[in-house]
Write a protein that binds this ligand. Structure first.
Ligand code: 8LK
Length: 251
């Protein structure tokens, strides 16, 4: 169900914040967050038809081939050994996308430096796959990056999906490395997303969060995504006053 309350909240928070993408050097940046199998790719693909939007999917191909090493495979086959290596590289590749230049005024990214820290790194630490020193080093890097690099975002879209539905979709997608992902892992990640994005006090609370029901069948989700597009446009327009989003798709 589309959560009207969240849209209103998003708009109100946005107005209060009175911000745009600062000095306009950074595009209006939307990050799409959610569990593995939550429908983020569908969401990102939807925006590809807009000429004013640059889309950035998660750089999974990079994670699968770092000078011939498949870090994603290593992560799932020997999590303790690969967790630090994988998360360091994820952090680097996510900052790269946060900083990637695009000529379009709107940038839609799949996940972010923030979900890396609040969900994935946190989960690996809670399960003992990242020990104290590893966790501390990743956290220091995270804090330094947030302070020194412009990785700010303007809006978060959270695809809230039950772990059971996410597991079904993962199985259907059939990505080799993920075939053994247990439901318990998805439940832990789900809880961390909820804590981060739905609790009153999250690390980046000034950023509006739009919640979409990711359990819906994909055709239904498209309706919500369309409405979400409108919210993104409205907020972007408030920040520049003149931009209209154009669609390549004949109406
Ligand atoms: O999203 C593709 C795969 O990578 C999926 O199996 C989950 C994993 N992954 C991870 O372990 N840590 C991550 C991300 C993805 C994305 C971020 C930011 N951190």
């Amino acid at each position: 169900m589309w959560r009207k309350r969240n849209i209103i909240l998003a708009s109100v928070k946005y107005l209060f914040r009175g911000m745009s993408s600062k000095d306009n050097k950074r595009p209006f940046t939307v990050v799409v967050e959610g569990n593995i199998g939550s429908g983020k790719t569908t969401f990102i693909n939807y925006f590809k038809k807009y000429v004013d939007v640059a889309t950035f999917a998660e750089p999974v191909d990079k994670w699968r081939d770092v000078n011939g090493h498949n870090l994603l495979e290593l992560l799932y086959s020997d999590t303790k050994k690969a967790a630090m290596t994988f998360q360091s590289y994820v952090q680097l590749t996510m900052v790269d996308i946060h900083k990637r230049h695009c000529s379009q005024p709107i940038k839609v990214m799949e996940r972010s430096l923030y979900s890396a820290r609040h969900c994935f790194v946190e989960n690996l630490h809670q399960n003992g796959f990242l020990d104290g020193p590893e966790y501390a080093v990743l956290d220091e890097w995270y804090k330094w990056l947030c302070k020194k690099v412009d990785v700010e975002v303007d809006m978060i879209v959270y695809l809230r999906t039950s772990p059971e539905v996410a597991l079904e979709r993962i199985k259907k997608r059939g990505r080799n490395e993920e075939m053994e992902v247990p439901l318990s892992y998805l439940k832990q990640l789900h809880d961390l997303h909820e804590k981060w994005l739905c609790a009153e006090k999250n690390g980046i609370s000034a950023v509006p969060v739009i919640v979409i029901d990711g359990n819906q069948i994909l055709s239904k989700m498209e309706d919500d995504i369309k409405r979400c597009t409108q919210v993104i446009m409205d907020n972007k327009n408030q920040s520049t006053g003149d931009l209209l989003m154009h669609s390549n798709v004949p109406s």
